[in-house]
Design a binder for this molecule. Structure first.
Ligand SMILES: Nc1ncnc2c1ncn2[C@@H]1O[C@H](COP(=O)(O)OP(=O)(O)OP(=O)(O)O)[C@@H](O)[C@H]1O
Ligand SMILES: [Mg+2]
Length: 287
């Protein structure tokens, strides 16, 4: 991987303040018998404000675990996680981020608007302000005609859009997304990717996005973090030089640079099979 290589061997983009700062994080899950499972081993990653970073890697390599640690839904065995310069726990208390996972996780007895308003309601935002914010978000995700519908009256893709709108309700500067489009058909998925790019350009949120799809990772991201199988480590980081989000539209999917980045990420993932090259054939280690 030489020449056009955009593989990055630093852990941080330029700039001082970071949206996410994961330092030397390991997570070992204790087993009833025998040694525990090392889900993550000495992982370090810095995400800049407004940056879109995807995590990609084989099943079980620790992607969800890493996201859960950033969201303070779990605690590292070693190392530290900071979100906007605060410990992860404080960031959770301060609601610095929104979360959207593979399952939309909507409340079936609440309408689209009711679901989107929920986090605002929980955090004491007044009724009028809640209504106004929900209406704005419903417009943003293209569900204006469905505000009064219930989740079971929506398609899977529409439910996912509600979940994304909900995650944006408090205008988080950081979005944590774990395979949010995993269950969607290809066309809906691409449409959702286009929408997400547009929404992120508008809100300037940083995103940590877990996916199994190489095109999805490349299309959405400023950087793609390629992880290796258990124990999960960061194998390499590909900087996708395809311009900023406002430029990313359907055309990009036909762009030569897009295909180059695809094959670059694919090669790095394939490197997983070359077990004899412990640090990856590309010799990139991001720590
Ligand atoms: N709560 C838990 N208790 C015990 N082991 C766990 C727990 N959560 C995750 N693991 C283990 O940690 C490893 C990483 O799991 P994780 O869910 O982070 O993988 P992943 O990369 O998200 O995989 P997938 O792509 O399949 O979603 C796996 O071996 C899994 O069995
Ligand atoms: Mg997972």
């Amino acid at each position: 991987m030489t020449g056009r290589s955009t593989i990055d061997s630093t852990i941080s983009p330029a700039g001082n303040s970071s949206a996410v700062d994961v330092r030397g994080v390991s997570r070992i899950f204790a087993a009833r018998r025998g040694p525990g499972v090392t889900a993550l081993d000495d992982v370090s990653l810095v995400v800049a404000p407004g940056e879109f970073v995807s995590l990609i890697g084989p099943s079980g390599c620790g992607k969800s675990t890493l996201l859960r640690l950033i969201a303070d839904l779990d605690t590292p065995t070693a190392g530290s996680v900071e979100v906007f310069g605060k410990p992860a726990r404080q960031a959770r208390i301060d609601q610095d981020y929104g979360i959207a996972f593979q399952q939309a996780g909507l409340l079936p007895w609440r309408t689209v608007a009711g679901n989107i308003e929920l986090p605002l309601e929980l955090h004491g935002v007044g009724k009028a302000a809640r209504r106004a914010r929900a209406a704005e978000l419903i417009e943003l995700v293209g569900l204006a005609d469905f505000a009064g519908h219930y989740p079971d009256q929506l398609s899977g893709g529409m439910q996912q859009r509600v979940a994304i709108a909900r995650s944006l309700a408090e205008s988080p500067s950081l979005l944590l997304m774990d395979e949010p489009f995993g269950a969607l058909d290809e066309m809906t998925r691409e449409r959702m990717q286009n929408e997400l790019v547009r929404i992120c350009a508008e809100t300037e949120a940083a995103v940590v996005f877990v996916t199994h799809s190489i095109p999805e990772a490349v299309f959405l991201s400023n950087r793609v973090v390629v992880m290796s199988p258990r124990p999960g480590r960061i194998r390499s980081v590909v900087t996708v030089g395809l311009g900023d989000r406002s430029r990313r539209g359907e055309d990009l999917r036909e762009d030569e640079g897009f295909f180059q980045a695809l094959s670059q990420v694919r090669d790095l993932l394939r490197g997983d099979e070359a077990a004899s090259t412990p640090q990856g054939a590309q010799g990139v280690e991001t720590r």
